[in-house]
Design a protein around this ligand. Structure first.
Ligand code: 26M
Length: 805
């Protein structure tokens, strides 16, 4: 609606053309007569960028003048995908541009696909951060994101002979969406030593001296809201050698090579995104990334606050900082250091400010994902921060001791320092102790953290420090409907014949589009009338892609056992997989290999034909998700109960008119509550039973589920290539305790898949389920989610801009 009052820039296809051509000829210095799709993309992006920038400047100016409380979202990952389509959707005028491009001889779809994904994230956590930025802008919250400007995002995945191969993702060649602010820099210090002294009045001082300095340079990315003039900022830090270190000292003293090496070492900090998802490996460079980014962001936030000349007491009234998992936890001791060492506040006054400022979101209970850093490493890299962490811990443990004098064991359990060899800093405890609120990301998950990893802390702080904010998703340009508040109105159309027909036609068209993609990329012809069964997400044992592929093999064996006559009664299915394995995660890579081998056999078996196809889609990412998600009939969210904190693609699939098969885990439970249990296919053991089942595996003899045993026999016989390649995968289940309960859940899974086959045959009933699902998903809008954070954690208000004159 704001657009109607603020007709800046072009509003017709002719005006768009003028702007795009001007940029192609001048900004890009390309002559029109050899204008290719790359240049047309550049011209289009720059034309829309101009419109964003005006809003962006205005928004930032208004936020500065109004000076109300702001929220800073600290995340090492922002999985943004492509920006142009989003900019067009938010600014409006996509139709003018489409028409204009058509006049110039281009198709909008081809131009959009020229853009490189901004793939600065691994999976759910990074994608959530991107959705949050979008909603914070759409709802007019004064909010900034802070992250790292990786030169290489998540690797590109190639599948060669059925194996994953990683290729670097260099994405910055031409990025019109970032603005280098070479004048906005921060010196970030590493290593060195701590100095303590007393001044003339006897006051203690502490300073951190020596070591090396790396320069953080700001790169700003505009974040436009949907149908609002608010345009927020995402500030990404790039690392550079601090001048002085490079050009003067060493360069002039003839140490040219050493100075180049210094420069490269500095630039290495922001060079690459660590490609682990839910796994912590304790690498020094990762810790350097974390401190570099926390220090630069905190300096920037404090600098902005100091310009207002307010007293330090007011800091938490002006600033909320949200920690996206424990990755930014060093921001806590860093703010304490700034206040005590640099600004001269008393420890307790400073700590009061710090712990009112931060909120911490936990995204996982998997033990291997909980961040711990070795004390010797921290001592070496961040000597002053380690001292501060010890002091925070001392104060905390004294408080615990006073309040729980009888429970001596508790002190060791809740200490920030784990007394192992080497000693370790438990980042989740530090994040919790230094924050005023801790939240989980779905109801079950928020309950689980209170009864497992943070159990003692509920006793210490009481339950009110802990809360739940269920994750959510954003509806983008390719989705069924754009306005989630209108979703519920759909329910009234569930019996409308015309609507039902159109609904099915859209789904079918989306499946045709995906079938075309599969033909082009996998060389396999799939029938768009078949049931499309999709599992796309990071490959991880807890997400159980192995359960899915074993189910596919089971289906294949069943088809093979039937007569040609009986086969005709079966429902045709396409099983579609996609997702990246962390490069060092061998079990996950084995699962990818098995899926591809099964595909080779099944897709070329003339007995099977259209009844079953198995597809692995290479390099699953945000822009591919835009093609895959709307084309699914069923998607799989089948983690071992209690392991998937929330999941967000489950919501995305439902919002796009697909049904889901899932376990009682993460947000699946709340999705069920919203859409009705008759509209979802749930199966498997419950979270409360998992511990006992695992225990039983370890201490009693256990039998493999019989149908699964048959599947394993066929793999052993070499039906899908050399069985040796899969022995670790099978042995984990047969001999090593089946930690993820694949066998325990197999019968229930296979049976539920049969129910799905039957349900899909009844097109009318299926359509009803799908429509009701979409209509009842309003709760899972990221706008709702951000309002909850704003109200219950950040205590901030929207800042609506005055109408332009
Ligand atoms: C840690 C150390 C070194 C390198 C990388 C990491 C790391 C990176 C990403 C650890 C965890 C990371 O992400 C975890 C994640 O994506 N969690 C998911 O968060 C989603 C949003 O809340 C949830 O929906 C998913 O259930 C949860 O798995």
């Amino acid at each position: 609606a704001w657009r109607k009052f603020t007709p800046k820039g072009f509003t017709t296809s002719e005006d768009f053309e003028k702007e795009a051509v001007r940029h192609i000829e001048t900004t890009l210095a390309r002559s029109l007569y050899n204008c290719d799709e790359v240049a047309a993309y550049g011209g289009t992006a720059l034309a829309f960028r101009d419109r964003l920038i005006l809003d962006w400047n205005k928004t930032q100016q208004t936020q500065t003048f109004t000076d109300q409380k702001r929220v800073y979202y600290l995340s090492l990952e922002f999985l943004m995908g492509r920006a142009l389509d989003n900019a067009m959707l938010n600014v409006g005028q996509k139709d003018s541009a489409t028409k204009g491009l058509d006049d110039l001889g281009f198709r909008m779809e081809d131009i959009i696909s020229q853009e490189h994904d901004a793939a600065l994230g691994n999976g759910g956590l990074g994608r959530l951060a991107a959705c949050f930025l979008d909603s914070m802008a759409s709802l007019n919250y004064p909010a900034w994101g802070y992250g790292l400007r990786y030169r290489y995002g998540i690797f590109k995945q190639e599948i060669i002979d059925g194996y994953q191969v990683e290729v670097p993702d260099y994405w910055l060649d031409f990025n019109p969406w970032e603005f280098a602010r070479h004048d906005i820099t921060v010196d970030v210090q590493f290593y060195g030593h701590v100095n303590r002294w007393q001044d003339d009045e006897g006051k203690q001082h502490t300073s951190w001296e020596g070591g090396e300095t790396v320069l953080a340079v700001a790169f700003d990315v505009p974040v436009p809201g949907y149908e609002t003039p608010t345009c927020n900022n995402l500030r990404l830090w790039g690392s550079k050698a601090a001048s002085g270190e490079f050009d003067f000292q060493k360069f002039n003293s003839g140490e040219y090579e050493a100075s180049v090496a210094d420069q490269q070492r500095a630039e290495t900090i922001s060079a690459v995104l660590y490609p682990n998802d839910n796994l912590e490996r304790g690498k020094e460079l990762r810790l350097k990334q974390q401190y570099f980014w926390c220090a630069a962001s905190l300096y920037d936030i404090v600098r902005r606050f100091k310009k207002t000349k307010r007293s330090w007491k007011e800091f938490p009234n002006q600033v909320a900082i949200q920690l996206n998992d424990t990755h930014p936890t060093l921001a806590i001791p860093e703010l304490q250091r700034i206040l005590v060492d640099l600004e001269g506040l008393e420890w307790d006054d400073a700590w009061n400010i710090v712990s009112k400022t931060f909120g911490y979101t936990n995204h996982t209970v998997l033990p291997e994902a909980l961040e711990k850093w070795s004390v010797p490493l921290m001592q070496h890299l961040l000597p002053r921060h380690l001292q501060i962490i010890y002091d925070i811990n001392l104060n905390f443990l004294q408080y615990v001791e006073r309040n729980f004098p009888k429970d001596r064991e508790m002190l060791g359990r809740v200490s920030i320092i784990e007394e192992s060899n080497p000693k370790m800093v438990r980042m989740a405890y530090l994040a919790l102790i230094g924050s005023h609120k801790v939240n989980g990301v779905a109801e079950l998950h928020s309950d689980l953290i209170k009864t497992t990893i943070f159990k003692d802390f509920v006793k210490i702080y009481g339950p009110d420090k802990f809360t739940n904010v269920t994750n959510a998703s954003k509806l983008g340009g390719h989705d069924f409907l754009k306005d989630l508040t209108l979703l519920s109105k759909l329910e009234a159309f569930v019996d409308d014949k015309e609507f039902r027909k159109e609904f099915r036609e859209i789904k079918y068209a989306n499946k045709v589009r995906l079938a075309k993609h599969i033909k082009e990329h996998n060389g396999v012809t799939v029938n768009p009338a078949a049931l499309f069964d999709v599992q796309v997400k990071r490959i991880h044992e807890y997400k159980r892609q192995q359960l899915n592929i074993f189910g596919v093999i089971h289906r294949y064996l069943q088809i093979k056992s039937l007569s040609a006559e009986d086969r005709k009664k079966l429902a045709p299915r396409v099983s579609i997989f996609g997702g990246k394995a962390a490069p060092g995660y061998w079990m996950a890579k084995t699962v990818i290999h098995l899926i591809n081998k099964v595909g080779d056999v099944v897709n070329n078996d003339p007995d099977v034909g259209d009844l079953l196809k198995v597809i692995f889609l290479e390099d699953y990412n945000v822009s591919k998700a835009e093609i895959i998600t709307p084309a699914s009939d069923i998607s799989e969210h089948i983690s071992t109960a209690g392991t998937e904190a929330s999941g967000t693609s489950n919501m995305k699939f439902c919002l796009n008119g697909g049904l889901i098969i899932g376990t009682c885990d993460g947000a699946n439970i709340e999705i069920t509550r919203e859409i009705g249990e008759e509209n979802i296919f749930l199966f498997g053991n419950l979270a409360e039973d998992v511990e006992d089942l695992r225990h039983g595996h370890l201490y009693n003899h256990y039998e493999l589920e019989p149908k699964l045993a048959k599947v394993f026999d066929e793999i052993h016989k070499g039906r899908f290539g050399d069985a040796g390649a899969f022995s670790a995968l099978l042995n984990g289940i047969v001999e090593h305790g089946d930690y993820y309960l694949v066998s325990d859940d197999f019968a229930s899974y296979a049976q539920t898949q049969e129910l799905i086959d039957e349900a899909y045959k009844d097109t009318e009933a299926w359509t009803t389920k799908a429509i009701l699902t979409v209509a009842r998903m309003g709760f899972f809008s990221s706008d709702r989610c951000i309002d909850e954070y704003a109200e219950s954690i950040w205590n901030i208000e929207p800042l609506v801009q005055k109408k332009d004159d």
